[in-house]
Each structure stands twice: as C-alpha cells, then as structure tokens.
Design a binder for this molecule. Structure first.
Ligand SMILES: [Zn+2]
Length: 257
C-alpha cells in the first residue's frame, strides 16, 4: 500500500471516530433531556394547583331553611360560598356548583366535582328547624348507617327532586371516608378557634349530597338559622370573611399534612 493510501485510511478512521463521538454525545444529550422532562413533569405534578369545589346548599325553588329575621338559607349559603371562593382563589382553582339562584340537583352537584377531578368538596348548609336552637356549628363526613333513611338529616334532603331520591349511587364516598373524616377534623380545629363560634361538632352521617363524591368531602353546617345570633352572624360580611380565612387554613393544613 502506498503512503498516500495509508494517509487516506487514517483520515477516514479519524473521521469515523469523530462521527462516533458525536453520535454518542447526541445519545447522551437525548437521554438527559428525556429524564429531565420526566423530572420536570414530577415537579409540576407535585406543585399543581389543587381544585376545590364549594357547594352552596339549595337554590331556586329549594329555598332551604328560614331564620326569624327572614334570612333564607339558599341566599346565605351562596353568599358565604362566594366569600370562601374569594379567599381560596389566589392559591386554588375554585369551582362553585352554582353561581346564582337556581336549583341544582344532588347528582349534578356531585358530577361537577367528579368531572373537575376536584381534590376537595365542601358543601355549605345552615341548620334549622324548631328543635334546633343550639349555638353550634357542625362538620359532617359521609358514614353509612344501618338505616340510611333514618341517618339522613331531613333538612339537607329537604325538597330535593324525585329524581334525586331515586338515585342509586354506588356510595363512592365510602372509599374516602377516612380522608373526609380527617378533613372534618382539620376544619373543626380551625373553626372552633374563632372567638364567636362557641361549639363545633364533627359527625359521620349518611348524607345524600356526599355519597356520590369521588374525593374527600364534607358538609359544613354554619350553626342553626333558627338561632337569632347565628342569623345575625351569617349576614355579617366581616364575620364570614374571618371564618372563610379559617376554612382556607383548614384546607391548607389538610392538603399539606
Ligand atoms: Zn340546607
């Protein structure tokens, strides 16, 4: 072989060597970028904005309870839900099951939350009835009782449509019972610390509004509307804003435990 040919071969070898190195570099860069994008995905998932569904009880022809001063539950629940939403919005995605005075059946309320894959569902109601003069708030989570009908609070299923009463839900909420109970506990701790809330009870109950929800869910019953002091509080925006801040804190603590 002539010297010239030898040089050509050497040059070719050098060329293919450089090409191999370049190819290896490209592979390394590709693998790096793929694993990086996976890591980014993990990070973005862990800090993704949580979705909270707030459910103002009643609406439309379903007025709910009425206070001695004429306050109507469906109006109080919507007003309070909007105040809570305002407190939550800087940090969370907030969805209300209704934004005005119209009837929303229980199936629709649950499907809104399930459709949005909400992280939490909080329904707002006010207790009432001639027997309820107590000065106390309640936080309910779903608990199946031996006799579901007997365990239901009539106030909460009050005047729901026939369609609702015929629902055969699979009681999905049972899967989240432990978490819902923990959420109720976090909420009680915050609410009971308010100087103008005398007592907060936590109880498990077979509430229809909760049974079809596929996420931790509670009902907050903001005292008894038949109690004049409670009625006054529920019309006081600064009181409600204070309580809404506490509800937000309860959510923050629950979600970051
Ligand atoms: Zn109600």
């Amino acid at each position: 072989m002539q010297a010239l040919d030898m040089m050509k071969i050497e040059r070719n070898n050098k060329k293919s060597g450089v090409l191999t190195i370049l190819l290896l570099l490209l592979i390394v860069l590709f693998i790096g970028s793929v694993s990086l994008s996976h890591a980014e995905e993990k990070v973005s998932k862990s800090v993704s904005i949580r979705t909270i569904v707030i459910d103002p009880g009643h609406g439309g022809y379903d007025t709910g309870g009425q206070g001695p001063g004429g306050s109507i539950e469906k109006e109080l629940t919507l007003n309070f839900a909007q105040i809570i939403a305002k407190e939550l919005k800087p940090q969370y995605t907030v969805v209300l099951t209704r934004n005005g005075d119209y009837q929303v059946n229980l199936m629709r309320r649950a499907s809104v939350a399930n459709h949005h894959r909400a992280d939490l569902f909080i329904s707002i109601h006010v207790g009432g009835g001639s027997r309820y003069q107590r000065d106390a708030w309640s936080v309910f989570y779903y608990k199946k009782t031996d006799s579901s009908e007997g365990g239901m609070r009539p106030e909460i299923i009050f005047r729901e449509s026939v369609e609702d009463l015929q629902l055969n839900w699979d009681q999905i909420q049972l899967r989240h019972q432990k978490e819902s109970r923990a959420l109720a506990g976090c909420m009680k701790t915050q609410l009971v610390g308010h100087p103008d809330i005398r007592e907060v009870t936590v109880a498990g109950m077979a509430l229809r509004v909760l049974e079809g929800l596929d996420m931790p869910a509670i009902v907050i019953e903001t005292g008894y509307l038949t109690n004049p002091k409670t009625e006054k509080q529920l019309n006081d925006v600064s009181f409600l804003t204070d309580v809404a801040k506490r509800i937000k804190k309860g959510i923050d603590i629950y979600l970051t435990r």
